[in-house]
Design a binder for this molecule. Structure first.
Ligand code: FES
Ligand code: FES
Length: 200
């Protein structure tokens, strides 16, 4: 996924947050404010941050080591974003950050201040489902539903990236999202149909 942080990046950042060392500079320009926050906060302490989620600014107290996934689910009670593997392998935790999909278990909440975060709860407009959500229902593109919020968020990005020229292209673009129920055929059909509906 584009702009996705690797697990190693997260570990580096967490270590720097705990030790207050200059190791965080290895992150480059990714999150200077978060880096400064981490340095200023003793290990085990929380810091209050503001996250912009689904168009709302939300204040939340988190330790610098808390992932965006845990901040969303456990602090903000936005449990639509699922925790599957918690190590960057399944895609169940996919959200959009400034329009790009990321695995929220691989990024820290403090690094995402100032970004616009969209979760599956932010897609529908009142009673009107997002075209991708509607297409997933039309095509019966889920069984247990465990992977579905992540699949839907990834599909929204796949479509906006223009990766829907063929089933093979959709499969490739969605390959970071696993489905243990193997509903892949229906998922691809839903993404293709939603793309058509959205004029992409
Ligand atoms: Fe994040 Fe599996 S929970 S990739
Ligand atoms: Fe069950 Fe995908 S629908 S894991």
């Amino acid at each position: 996924m584009p702009n996705d942080h690797t697990r190693r990046t997260v570990f580096r950042f967490s270590a720097a947050a705990a030790a207050g060392t200059a190791a965080a500079t290895r992150l480059g320009g990714a999150a200077p404010a978060a880096e400064a926050t981490a340095r200023a906060v003793p290990a085990g302490s929380s810091v209050e941050i503001t996250l912009s989620v689904n168009g709302e600014r939300r204040r939340v107290a988190v330790e610098p080591r808390v992932t965006l996934l845990d901040a969303l689910r456990e602090r903000l009670r936005l449990t639509g974003t699922k925790k599957g593997c918690d190590r960057g392998e399944c895609g169940a935790c996919t959200v959009l950050v400034d329009g790009e999909r990321i695995k929220s278990c691989l990024t820290l909440a403090v690094m995402r201040q100032g970004a616009e975060i969209t979760t599956v709860e932010g897609l529908a407009r009142g009673e009107e489902l997002h075209p991708v959500q509607a297409a997933f229902i039309r095509h019966d593109a889920f069984q247990c539903g465990g992977c579905t919020p992540g699949q839907i968020m990834s599909a929204v990005a796949c479509i906006s990236e223009g990766n829907t020229g063929s089933d093979a292209e959709i499969r490739e673009s969605m390959s970071g999202n696993l489905c243990r129920c193997a509903a892949y055929q229906n998922i691809v059909a839903a993404v293709a149909d939603a793309a058509k509906e959205m004029g992409r």
